[in-house]
Design a protein around this ligand. Structure first.
Ligand code: 5GP
Ligand code: ZN
Length: 114
């Protein structure tokens, strides 16, 4: 997607603090962190939201979560805890329409819920 900011970050056309990348996913620090650890884990292929997933994406979605777990260990927050969030559509406040998993921790999180 030419005009997608996350696609540009994944390909290195836009700068980011990249913390992990493999052939399936990329992970970089959120530009406006809400906690000491706030990382976005995204599929390398453009998927706009959870609404656009197909059964063929199930291994990819599973991988997003195991990378999140690995990054929680890397950040030293696996024991204190963390929150994983995926916003979908306007009622959830999704701002970037490239699927992303927020990994938030390092302090007691007060991110709005419901
Ligand atoms: P959403 O509300 O769509 O779930 O969250 C999008 C997130 O992307 C927000 O937390 C926002 O701060 C972050 N974000 C938006 N643009 C950029 C960017 O250019 N670089 C980075 N690193 N994060 C971004
Ligand atoms: Zn994209």
């Amino acid at each position: 997607m030419l005009d997608c900011i996350f696609c540009k970050i994944i390909t290195g056309q836009s700068p980011s603090q990249m913390v992990f990348q493999d052939e399936q996913v990329s992970a970089f620090r959120d530009i406006h962190p809400v906690a000491p650890t706030h990382i976005l884990i995204v599929p390398n292929k453009h998927i706009a939201s959870i609404n656009d997933l197909t059964p063929a994406d199930e291994p990819l979605v599973g991988h997003l979560f195991t990378v999140a777990r690995q990054l929680a260990v890397q950040e030293g927050i696996e024991k204190t805890g963390y929150r994983l969030i995926i916003n979908t559509g306007s009622h959830a406040g999704q701002m970037v329409f490239h699927l992303h998993l927020h990994l938030i921790g390092g302090q007691r999180v007060r991110y709005p819920m419901g």
